[in-house]
Design a protein around this ligand. Structure first.
Ligand code: TMP
Ligand code: ASP
Length: 241
């Protein structure tokens, strides 16, 4: 094995970022590591990174095609993709269609209950604070994003939700909820908000339409087993394997 001489910029829980070959580009490497509950739970799921790289590349490209700008440039190989470097906005945007996970505890809802409409939530990205739920007011007052940026983020998130519901419903899958991250990108000296990070079953809740079988990271969070097989099923149904 040759030593990896690329410059590592950042290592997160599921990905490593390396300096890309052109200025302002980054190589995103997808690891097999799975974590949950802010690193309290950890496992290596062989092949997860390969599946997430494929699923995420496919969905990013599709989203770009409907006119939403993303950081995605191209998939490079089994585990890596080339993306634009962005300044990440420190907010996790969660879009929910059906109650599951933390919203059930917060409002005493039953898992699987349809929400009255899609709900967009913001969490401040901080492992130390456990990603607390925040409002528009916190975001603008602490200058994590300004109100124009937040409006773009909100509108893009709902469009992405509508689009993904359609993509997944055509392959018999319900989009329960998912998490997005956005970044600032300078294009010809203009500042643009674009979709960043990844779109994979690590950041989505996806249930089979008929059986409600979970096809996402809840298999790991809830010790349901067969996590890789579930991710593989998503990739196969999307036609990306
Ligand atoms: P939650 O119900 O735990 O708040 O999660 C909502 C959605 O966001 C779910 O699809 C999983 C995803 N998510 C992440 O991608 N990263 C996180 O750190 C958390 C807490 C949730
Ligand atoms: N992504 C977070 C972690 O790795 C939380 C989660 O997805 O449940 O700890």
């Amino acid at each position: 094995m040759t030593e990896d001489k690329r410059k590592k910029i950042y290592e997160g829980k599921a990905k490593i970022l390396y300096k890309g070959p052109q200025p302002n580009t980054i190589i995103q490497y997808f690891k097999d590591d799975a974590t949950a509950f802010n690193n309290k739970k950890f496992a290596v799921i062989n092949g997860k990174g390969v599946l997430n790289n494929r699923i995420s590349s496919f969905l990013m490209e599709k989203i770009e095609h409907i006119g939403i700008p993303t950081h995605f440039i191209k998939r490079l190989n089994m585990r890596e993709q080339l993306v634009h470097a962005v300044e990440i906005i420190p907010i996790e945007v969660v879009i929910r269609n059906i109650a599951a996970g933390s919203i059930c505890k917060r409002f005493n809802l039953k898992e699987g209950e349809a929400l009255p409409r899609a709900i967009v939530e913001y969490y401040y990205k901080s492992d130390e604070l456990n990603d607390p739920l925040v409002s528009n007011e916190h975001i603008t007052a602490f200058e994590w994003a300004n109100s124009n940026e937040l409006e773009d983020i909100f509108n893009m998130s709902l469009r992405i939700n509508d689009f993904l519901i359609g993509v997944f419903s055509s392959i018999g899958i319900k989009v329960i909820d998912f998490k997005l991250e956005f970044g600032r990108f300078y294009k010809d000296e203009n500042l643009e908000i674009i979709l960043a990070d990844e779109l994979s079953p690590d950041n989505f809740r996806l249930w089979d339409n008929k059986t409600n079988k979970k096809l996402d990271k809840d298999r790991f969070r809830e010790d349901l087993g067969n996590m890789k097989e579930a991710y593989q099923e998503v990739a196969e149904r999307l036609g990306v394997l």
